[in-house]
Structures are given as structure tokens and as C-alpha cells.
Design a protein around this ligand. Structure first.
Ligand SMILES: Cc1cc2nc3c(=O)[nH]c(=O)nc-3n(C[C@H](O)[C@H](O)[C@H](O)COP(=O)(O)OP(=O)(O)OC[C@H]3O[C@@H](n4cnc5c(N)ncnc54)[C@H](O)[C@@H]3O)c2cc1C
Length: 362
């Protein structure tokens, strides 16, 4: 019987356990999870109104039900069990710990009240134990920095009415905080242009169907974009932005969701809390100031250090060569490649690591 420790029970850890357990009946797998419940960002990240995406947990649960797989919750590697203990107790150790820390903007004023990382913020609305006391103060003008799906998720969750959130998986506290917000403007900002956004079409289109919000896209930023060199999925995203720009409405709804392109954040200002974001236009260098009551930075994540485990300081994730950390120790998922890719991306990566491990253990 071979023994394998997998650290982290998010999609990557569970997919890997599933393939190993399925292909090799003589493997015993221990999954270590620091929280009191499994599944990582499949429940802590995926937006609470996207229940169809969260259904992946039903599939991941089947892995945990396998007799060869044991889940150890409330067990943080590096605190409750050491790296050395794992190496001496198991034939193979695989880290699947994700990338839980928010990346910083590294601009003056980031410590002001009213500035939140998207990791902390999404953990708050997903009632994660590390953040459920956050009680964010949003005010009427909210900025979101980042041109990826996380920014769109946050804008949508904030802009939905209580009625639209009826089926969302929200705690009573978050439900009431969202229902009582007084948001009038949501600004979604990115350093680069429309061709560089990493939104996907369904998430972008969904913003256009909210009852109390309307989307504004600056026409001059999107009408001349040549999409011919872009992949089809990206072309469709630009076309959707162009449709939003063509329909730029006169203000009739409570909330305006405004996209900004080529906007480089320079500093944040405020006396007792955030009051404004100072920007420069990335191409012209022209400065501008945007009044804000709160700001959520959705600019990526990094893997926290784990005592004794080699760490890549430049890339802010575990140090590895083609997934190998040291003989017998591997990593997979967001702690291996950084915070990119959706849940299914982790399955294909887990599959290729599983093939390697199965070959080694033959
Ligand atoms: C806000 C947000 C929204 C997203 N929405 C979507 C979406 O709608 N659709 C989609 O397909 N993808 C979405 N993603 C991406 C998707 O969640 C990731 O691709 C996927 O979760 C990465 O899986 P992972 O297992 O590598 O990491 P994670 O899911 O982060 O899992 C890591 C696990 O390791 C545990 N852990 C960490 N450190 C330790 C330790 N020292 N000891 C023990 N356990 C530890 C954590 O508690 C966690 O359970 C979203 C991501 C974010 C951040």
C-alpha cells in the first residue's frame, strides 16, 4: 500500500485524489485541509449567486466518499503538522494549497479604511471564517481595480437587488449588508486596453441584465478596436463591450457600472478613510482623480509561505521545477502555476501529475 498526503482540499487536491484513487486501488490518500470544511475556492471564491458553478462540489464530495481517501479538516500544514513530518510519514507529498493572499497594488494610501483585497472581500460575502467579521464600509462610490472575472463577480454581487439575490448562498449578515448598501456608482478599472481584458463573455453579458444597474463603456475606447488578430472568445468580449458603448443609456437606474481602460492607479487619498483614487492615463500620461468611498483590488493572488517548504520569491508561489519541489514532493493547481485558470483547468493539470505519480509508484 502506498501512502500519499495531499495538502489542500480545493479543486486541485480533490481532482488529484480522485484520479489516483480511481487508477490505483492500493493507494491510501490523506487530504489535509486548514479549514473546517473542504473544496477551497469552489465555495470560498465562486460567487454566491453562481450556484451552477458551485455544483462541482457534488462531484468533489464523491472523491471524499471513496474508502481510500481520508479528509483531515482543521489541520494546517506548517502549523498543526510540519513539512518534515509529512515527508517522513508518506511516500509522496503533494501541495495543492492555492494562492490565498491578495496581491498588493503597492501605491501610497493602500492602508486607508475602505480599501479591500478581492480575496478578503469575496471571502466575506462567501462567509469564510477568516473574513466574516469584515463588515466592509462601501459608501456610494465603489472602485474595483482589475479587468478579470473576479471584478465582474464583485460588481454583480454588489449591484443585484435582494430579489435578484433570493436564491444566492448568502449568510443573513451578508444578505442584509448587501440589501442595505447605498451604492450609486461602481467603477471597474484596468491599466490596459479592451484587448487585454480577461473577462469571459457570460460574466460580462450578465452585467447588462441587472435590474437596478446600467453599464457604461467609454465609446472612444472600444469603437476603433481591431479585433481581427484576437481569438474568437476575445472578439466576442470586445463586441459585447462595443454593444454596451452603443447603448450607453441616460441615467435611469440606481447604479451606474462604469468601465475605465488604460487607467494606472498612482495613489489613494483620504483623511479618515478613502476619498479618492489618483490615476494616470497609461498611454498619454494624463493624470486624473476619481472620487471613491471604497476600493476593492482584484489584481491577483499569491501563495503564502509554509514553514520549510521552498518558496519562489519572484513568482510568489511554491518553488518548483515542472511541479517537482524536491524528490517525492510536488505541487499542483494555483500554488504551482499561479492564480490563473478556471476550475476545469485544475483537472487537466491534476491529470498530468497523477500520470507521473502513478508511473513512479508502479
Ligand atoms: C473570487 C474567485 C472567484 C472564482 N470564480 C470561479 C468561477 O466562477 N468558475 C471557475 O471555474 N473558477 C473560478 N475561480 C477559480 C477557481 O476557484 C480556481 O481555479 C481553483 O479553486 C483553484 O484550485 P486550487 O485547488 O488550486 O486552490 P484553492 O481552491 O484555493 O484550494 C486550496 C485549499 O488549500 C487549503 N489550504 C491552504 N493552505 C493550507 C495549509 N497550509 N494546510 C492545509 N490546507 C491549506 C485552503 O483552505 C483551500 O481549501 C475563482 C477564483 C476566485 C479567487
Amino acid at each position: 500500500m502506498h501512502s500519499i498526503a495531499i495538502i489542500g482540499s480545493g479543486p486541485s487536491g480533490c481532482f488529484l485524489a480522485e484520479i489516483l484513487a480511481m487508477k490505483h486501488p492500493a493507494i491510501k490518500i490523506d487530504l489535509y485541509e486548514r479549514l473546517s470544511y473542504p473544496f477551497g475556492l469552489a465555495v470560498n471564491g465562486v460567487a454566491p449567486d453562481h450556484l451552477h458553478t458551485r455544483k462541482v462540489t457534488e462531484q468533489l464530495q464523491k472523491t471524499l466518499d471513496r474508502p481510500q481517501v481520508t479528509l483531515h479538516c482543521n489541520t494546517q500544514v506548517g502549523r498543526d503538522i510540519s513539512y518534515d513530518q509529512l515527508k517522513s510519514n508518506y511516500d509522496r507529498v503533494i501541495f495543492a494549497v492555492g494562492a490565498e493572499q491578495d496581491r498588493k497594488l503597492d501605491i501610497p494610501g493602500e492602508e486607508l479604511t475602505g480599501v479591500y483585497g478581492s480575496g478578503v472581500f469575496t471571502r466575506w460575502y462567501n462567509h469564510h471564517p477568516d473574513a466574516h467579521h469584515l463588515n466592509p464600509v462601501l459608501g456610494s462610490k465603489v472602485g474595483i481595480i482589475g479587468h478579470g472575472n473576479v471584478a465582474l463577480d464583485i460588481a454583480r454581487v454588489l449591484a443585484k437587488t435582494s430579489h435578484e439575490h433570493e436564491k444566492s448562498d448568502l449568510s443573513p449578515t451578508v444578505r442584509s449588508a448587501l440589501a442595505n448598501n447605498t451604492i450609486e456608482e461602481i467603477h471597474i478599472l484596468g491599466r490596459r486596453g479592451p484587448k487585454e481584458v480577461s473577462f469571459t463573455l457570460p460574466e460580462l453579458t450578465e452585467l447588462g441584465s441587472l435590474t437596478r444597474a446600467q453599464v457604461y463603456v467609454p465609446t472612444d475606447h472600444v469603437d476603433q478596436v481591431d479585433v481581427s488578430d484576437l481569438p474568437m472568445s476575445q472578439q466576442k468580449v470586445i463586441q459585447q463591450l462595443q454593444r454596451f458603448a452603443e447603448q450607453n443609456p441616460t441615467r435611469t437606474t440606481q447604479i451606474k457600472i462604469q468601465f475605465h481602460f488604460n487607467a494606472t492607479p498612482l495613489s489613494l487619498q483620504g483623511e479618515n478613510g478613502l476619498e479618492a483614487l489618483n490615476l494616470k492615463h497609461t498611454l498619454s500620461g494624463q493624470p486624473s482623480t476619481l472620487k471613491l468611498d471604497s476600493l476593492i483590488t482584484a489584481i491577483g493572488y499569491q501563495t503564502p509561505r509554509i514553514d520549510g517548504v521552498p518558496y519562489d520569491d519572484a513568482k510568489k508561489r511554491l518553488a518548483h521545477h515542472d511541479s517537482l519541489i524536491e524528490p517525492g514532493v510536488y505541487c499542483v493547481g494555483w500554488c504551482q502555476r499561479g492564480p490563473q485558470g478556471v476550475i476545469p483547468t485544475n483537472r487537466s493539470e491534476a491529470m498530468s501529475l497523477a500520470r507521473r505519480l502513478l508511473k513512479e509508484l508502479e
